[in-house]
Design a protein around this ligand. Structure first.
Ligand SMILES: Nc1ncnc2c1ncn2[C@@H]1O[C@H](COP(=O)(O)OP(=O)(O)OP(=O)(O)O)[C@@H](O)[C@H]1O
Length: 294
């Protein structure tokens, strides 16, 4: 699953000309830690690690010295009250904050042993390894097939087996059965829930390692939400999923780990989801979970 660092670092047609020449990064694998619980795996490997990560918008600090180790092939939920920096944290993982002029990042975000803020990392290539799904389904005004194939095309992977890859991505996104007979119809003609699964198929077509999801079900009805939740749990067999959600029941249902951010962009507690919801260490987290504020 993991692509080489060379691929991560290599420039492509979308990258700016002033990107430094690609250089091989570390092949470093971060620490492995044996754990005694976990339904998905007995051993967890850290795939993403924030080290003293702070993010500012101008003078305003949105994330405050965050340290966190996110395990591979699990679902990590990010929760906390409005404005506490959840989206900022998510967007710092694949450098989406680069697109905000006022944003400034201190510290490190290490992905598979490499700081993604190093000068030699191409953010466009990075975003193919760390895909993103947004709150509102945003398919392109193109056919279902072309929506999914888009990620392959920009990656130069649209060789002979595009159709096979499109099918695989739709299947993994639990959408193939519903759209197989209409791949040339517009993606915009699908229901909201189907559009979101189409966007998930588009994100996974280039075979990323990580899928970031920013409240992916908040615009959907309960049935569509339930399908997305089932899908997220399935995706974690192949991918590392980090999901921002306002819905604490959803976090409790689908995640293995939960990170609780509180006001000021502080990561107050990060632990197994069961522990966070049943017996958190911090009173402030308990107050938030039990609805005393937020
Ligand atoms: N593009 C931006 N420019 C300036 N300030 C921003 C920007 N994006 C976020 N902020 C500020 O950074 C802080 C954290 O915002 P962020 O969106 O990360 O929080 P959040 O926890 O995801 O909020 P919500 O739950 O309401 O979506 C807030 O004070 C917000 O106003």
């Amino acid at each position: 699953m993991t692509m080489s660092d060379e691929q991560l670092l290599s420039s492509d047609t979308e990258s700016s000309d002033d990107q430094p020449a690609p250089t091989p990064g570390t092949d470093g694998l971060t620490d492995s830690t044996d754990i005694d619980t976990g339904e998905r795996s007995a051993t967890e490997r850290t795939l993403l690690e924030a080290r003293d990560l702070s993010v500012y918008y101008g003078k305003e600090q949105a994330l405050d010295s965050v340290d966190i180790e996110i395990p591979e092939k699990q679902v990590t939920a990010v929760i906390g009250p409005s404005g506490c920096g959840k989206s900022t944290f998510l967007r710092s993982i694949n450098r989406m904050n680069d697109l905000v002029d006022a944003a400034h990042v201190d510290g490190e975000l290490v992905f598979d042993g490499k700081n993604v803020y190093d000068d030699d990392v191409d953010p466009v290539a990075l975003r193919r390894k760390i895909g993103m799904v947004f709150q509102k389904p945003n398919p392109f005004p193109k056919s279902i097939r072309d929506n999914v194939a888009y990620g392959l095309r920009v990656q130069g992977k649209d060789d002979g087996d595009v159709d096979e890859k499109v099918h695989t991505a739709l299947e993994r996104a639990a959408l193939l059965d519903e759209v197989e007979a209409q791949l040339d119809s517009s993606g915009l003609d699908l229901s909201g829930g189907q559009q979101q699964r189409l966007c998930i198929a588009r994100a996974i077509a280039p075979d990323p390692d990580v899928i970031l999801m920013d409240e992916p079900a908040s615009a959907l009805d309960p049935v569509a939400t339930s399908k997305i939740e089932d899908l997220i749990e399935e995706l974690a067999e192949e991918y590392t999923v980090v999901i921002v959600t306002h819905n604490m029941q959803q976090a409790a249902r689908i995640s293995d780990k939960t990170a609780v951010f509180l006001t000021g962009g502080e990561l107050v507690e990060f632990d197994d989801t069961d522990k966070i919801f049943e017996n958190p260490e911090h009173d402030r987290v308990e107050d938030y979970i039990t609805g005393k504020f937020g």
